[in-house]
Structures are given as C-alpha cells and as structure tokens.
Design a protein around this ligand. Sequence first.
Ligand SMILES: Cc1cc2nc3c(=O)[nH]c(=O)nc-3n(C[C@H](O)[C@H](O)[C@H](O)COP(=O)(O)OP(=O)(O)OC[C@H]3O[C@@H](n4cnc5c(N)ncnc54)[C@H](O)[C@@H]3O)c2cc1C
Length: 440
Amino acid sequence: MTRPGKREGISIGSYWEASVGIIKEDRQLVGDARFDVAIVGAGFTGLSAALRLAEAGVSVCVLEANRVGWGASGRNGGFCCFGGTKLSETQLIKRFGLDEAKRFVAYQIEAMETVSDRLDRWNLDVDRHSEGEIYLAHRPKDYAGFAGYAEYLRGTFGIGAKVLSPDEMSARGIRGPEFHGAMHVPFGFALNPMKYVQGLAGKVREAGARIYAHTSVDRFEKDAGGWRLNTRHGSVRANKVILASNGYSDEKTPNWLGGRLMPVMSSVLVTRPLSDAELNEQGWTSDLMAADTRTLLHYFRLMPDKRFLFGTRGGIFETPASLDAMQRRGRADFDRMFPAWAHVEAEHRWHGHICMARDLSAFVGPVPEMEGVFASMAYHGSGVAMSSLSGEKVADLALGRITQADLPAALSKPFRKFPFPAFRQLYLQGAYWWYGLKDR
Ligand SMILES: Cc1cc2nc3c(=O)[nH]c(=O)nc-3n(C[C@H](O)[C@H](O)[C@H](O)COP(=O)(O)OP(=O)(O)OC[C@H]3O[C@@H](n4cnc5c(N)ncnc54)[C@H](O)[C@@H]3O)c2cc1C
C-alpha cells in the first residue's frame, strides 16, 4: 500500500504539487545505519515527532517509502480543524465521561493552535485563510437542530458557535440550493497542506534529523541490539520506533497492524480560478472553509487564488473503476450544489487514503507487546491539526517526558482488530449504503 499506486507515480497530479513547484527529494537509505529513534512515515505525524526528538538532542531518522508529503499530508483538503475521531460529543461523553470529553476537545483546540503557532514562528506562507469553519445544513431539519446544538457546544464545551439564517448566509457570500442554514464555529483555518508539510520537513532537516525517501520499511526484527528495520537497500537499528504510516500502512509492517486499520478513499477536485462574475452568479464569495451536515460529508472552500476546492468522502476500493466512479460522483455533487459552476473545468483531481479504526478514534501510545514501539494514527479524515500535535506527543511518550495518562482517554486505547478483518471493506460498503440513505 505504501508504493505509488498503479494509476499514480510519485507525483499524483494534485493542485498542491503544482502550487509548490519543485519538491525537495531526500536521498534513499543505502547501507546500514544506527539512530536512537526511527520513524516510519514522513507526513505531519512523523515529521512533527522527528522535529520534537531532534530538538531534544536525540538522533532520529524518518523512513519514507515515497517522499515527504506523499501520503495524506500532501493530499488533504487543508482544513486545519477539529478532528481525530468520528464520535460525536455525546458519544464521547457516553464512552469516556464528561471531563474526558472536555479534555479531548481542549486537545483538539491545542492542536489547531500548534499549527498556527508553527506558521507564525517559522514565518511560513501557506496561503492561510478562513476564520473558523462553517457547517451547512443540507436539509431544513438539520438547520432546525443547529440552535440547540450551538447552545450545547457553548454550555458544555465553551465553544462559541453561532447560527446563521439563510439571509445572514447570503449577506456573507454563502449560498447554494442545498444549504438551508449554517452554524459557524470560531476555531480552525485553511492552509495549503503541501506548503505546510514541506516547510515542516525543512525544519526537521535544519534540526539535524535525517529523512530517507524512497525507503520503504519492509520488515521489523527485534534482537539484543534493539529494533532493526529492514529496507530494500539497507537497514536501520534503533532503540525506539514510531509508527506514523496512517492510512498508507502496510498490514504487515509491523504484523501488529494487521486487521486493525481501515483505509478509506477521499477525493478532491480543484477548479480553475473563478472570475468575480462567476462567483457572484453562484452567490459564493466567502473565504470560510465549509462542510455540509451529511455523514458522508462534502468539504469545500474558495481559496485565495479564487480556485474552488471540493472534496468528497466515501470511496472504499482503490480500483480504477471504483476511483472513476468516486470522481464522477464527486463532480455530479459539485454540479448539483454549485449549479452556476457546472460548466467550470476542474484542473486537478486526486484522491487519498484517510484512516479509520474500529473504535472510531485515533490512538497515540505504546504498541502492545512491542517494547519501544509507539504509534500515532487514525485521525478519521481530520488529521491536519491532530497529527501535528500528536506527533509531538508520541515523541514525548518515547522520550519518557509524559505518560499515557497525560493524554486524553479518547486517544489512549490501542487499536482493536476489526471483526472478520478480511471483510472490513465489504461491511464498510454496507455502512456507506446506510449512511447514504440516512443523509437523504
Ligand atoms: C483526500 C484527503 C483529504 C483530507 N482532508 C483533510 C482536511 O481537510 N483536514 C484534515 O484535518 N485532515 C484531512 N485529511 C486527513 C489528513 O490528511 C491526515 O489525517 C494526515 O495527513 C495524516 O498524517 P500522517 O503523517 O499521520 O500520515 P500520512 O501523511 O498519510 O503519511 C504516512 C506516510 O507513511 C509512508 N509509509 C507508509 N508505510 C510505510 C513503510 N512501511 N515504510 C516507509 N514509509 C511508509 C507513506 O508513504 C506516507 O507518506 C484528508 C485526507 C485525505 C486523503
């Protein structure tokens, strides 16, 4: 799963790649090397962990099967927002209790602040925009529920959500035939994820960590000398290992991952720049990042260069036929939701893996029965902020600076195996069919 798919080379044709131009290539690992800590995966998680460790004076390397940002970190919608779970606030309270639910919400806010602080400190230009996020009711009954939900978020979690009527939405340049009302949440912002991940990698290199590209870890072994990670042209010995391979993990690297993760496809299209006349015709001129209230949600935003990004969830299989069908569905949804732009070409389309787990929440902690191995993964499709903070936290765990008790309970449960793992994708397909019916 970590090698470029049949339909994509190392370049996946995304708008993000085009927007950054040349992407720095790190060299491949050839021969044997020794580090205190080895990290598998050079996305936000692995690079955030590497930076934390290198800044603590630890010798650390990142082993990446492709190149920096090749996985979800260089493919996502760029929503730096709440995330890391598919559980609602009510489900979090039911499962972990009110105090832990509040702690997890505070962690998500800290995660967004972590990204924001980095951008400021590093003076990184990542085309940032959007003050918070807007949720759009795709049915009148969802709009009717917003007032109570906003009150609940304010009263229980101190989140100052604000409901917008259709007239208020229009006045703010948010309009479409399927949007019956909105709720604005004043947290989060949007960014160009490739610019962010490349900037982060630059800081990792500066701090003295090694990034090896085109270096897939194929096998884990443990002996008296610690862990040995075998790659095609060499190996790394390390006392500690951090797994940061998320939705691109191989089920056997290490074996513990087998049957515990569920990669799911999400696809994105980006239009050519829209003219002012086209924006006004649709009635969408806002720079707020937005998502609708469907379980199989759409996420979209008008970017600073006036291109429109539109993302969909719901693909399960990565076959050419399944990917084509997902892209066609995405385009049909876009045309329906933004009819004035039905003629507008999408200059870029791509897809990527988001990562789900059986308990519908991320895990940040030590891997059971693999002493010295830690993992941080499964952000359930909202990991820009979560992976940035959780990468730091998993490094702190490896350093012994914090313990699991310092993290919210919602992140502390190691992944369980899915029942009948070989049929995971089939029963997810059943769930999607059901969500599709519920979303009507
Ligand atoms: C299309 C799409 C849209 C999304 N939109 C959003 C969004 O708008 N907002 C948001 O918050 N989140 C979004 N997400 C999710 C978010 O991108 C991820 O949660 C986040 O990037 C995860 O980062 P990561 O570093 O953990 O994993 P990744 O970025 O996926 O990195 C994992 C890396 O591990 C490497 N790897 C895997 N196995 C091995 C191995 N054996 N050896 C060496 N290397 C290996 C892979 O090549 C890959 O580069 C989206 C995801 C997708 C796919």
